[in-house]
Ligand binder design. Structure first.
Ligand SMILES: O=P(O)(O)OC[C@H]1O[C@H](O[C@H]2O[C@H](CO)[C@@H](O)[C@H](O)[C@H]2O)[C@H](O)[C@@H](O)[C@@H]1O
Length: 278
């Protein structure tokens, strides 16, 4: 069938521009799809308390809908540790998980013997030093706090009441990270992360592509670190940037609230195609 025959869902179409709608319908017409989603700022709105982040309900529903369709594999590709991703995102069964910006992977049925993240003694020492440095900086700024992560740490400033002071914490943290051996900074939104394992979302998506062998990959994300993911897209792949900021992605939506429309457009086209093929 051509994409012209896909019924227009009044609740979906007006939210997305024509280029994106056409691209999504072209994507949905391919046999095997891999849909990769960033979590914070994409599936979930950004919130002050990182432990309170949850999928926008319509996004969660659309993700479940897509995950249940033949030929579609859904993945989360997140900076979150896997443990936190599992708890907060509550991914549908069968979802593939890339956590810690690519350093942690749970692709169970596709690579059942794959092992979790193991740090070398040198990496463990570097992580301990990083945690000490970040904790000491955070102790001096009201509202700053440190997220301990398996591959490193993140110093958060979203709850620092004064914007200038928040920026100062980030400046100080960047300078401190630059003095540490084998510790690599990752910029984020109101956060500075640093990891002792070199990995990025592009590597994570490439690994998923290798495992799933899709005809095309969609990746949606909002942050600087998501640009590594957009960078590995090619051919019929589709990149969707969420929100403002420079990007390599070919398409953009304004906010997480629009993601459900993106996912439901694919699901709807796919369901129509499946029905026609029966
Ligand atoms: O790759 P993601 O799934 O987008 O994860 C990136 C980081 O997200 C979290 O921090 C961000 O979201 C918080 C909750 O909305 C917000 O308070 C914080 O300011 C944001 O930077 C998470 O805490 C990190 O571990 C993730 O790496």
């Amino acid at each position: 069938m051509t994409t012209d025959h896909v019924p227009q869902d009044a609740s979906v179409a007006p939210l997305l521009d024509d280029d994106l709608l056409a691209a999504l319908r072209g994507f949905a017409a391919l046999p095997r799809l891999l849909v990769c989603l960033d979590f914070d700022g994409c599936v979930s709105e950004l919130v002050a308390d990182a432990s309170e982040a949850r999928p926008v309900p319509a996004n969660a529903e659309a993700i479940r809908r897509l995950a249940g369709l033949d030929g579609v594999r859904v993945a989360y590709v997140s900076g979150r540790p896997l443990e936190s991703l599992r708890e907060l995102a509550a991914p549908p069964s069968g979802a593939l998980l890339i956590g810690s910006h690519g350093a942690e992977r749970d692709v169970a049925d596709l690579a059942p013997h794959s092992r979790g993240l193991t740090l070398t003694p040198g990496q463990q020492a570097a992580r301990r030093e990083l945690l000490e440095v970040f904790e000491s900086i955070a102790a001096g700024a009201e509202g700053a706090w440190v997220e301990h992560k398996p591959a490193g740490a993140a110093i958060h400033v979203r709850k620092v009441p004064d914007a200038g002071e928040a920026e100062q914490v980030l400046v100080e943290s960047r300078a401190a990270v630059a003095t540490l051996d084998e510790v690599h900074p990752k910029e984020g939104k109101m956060v500075l992360e640093a990891v002792v394992v070199q990995a990025d979302k592009g590597e994570g998506i490439s690994e998923l592509r290798r495992l799933v062998s899709p005809d095309a990959v969609l990746f949606a994300g909002d942050d600087v670190t998501d640009e590594f993911g957009f960078a590995v897209l090619a051919g019929d792949d589709l990149g969707v940037k969420v929100g403002e900021g420079e990007t390599r992605a070919a398409h953009r939506i304004e906010a997480p609230a629009q993601l459900a429309a993106v996912l439901n457009t694919i699901a709807e086209a796919r369901e129509a195609r499946d029905e026609e093929q029966q």
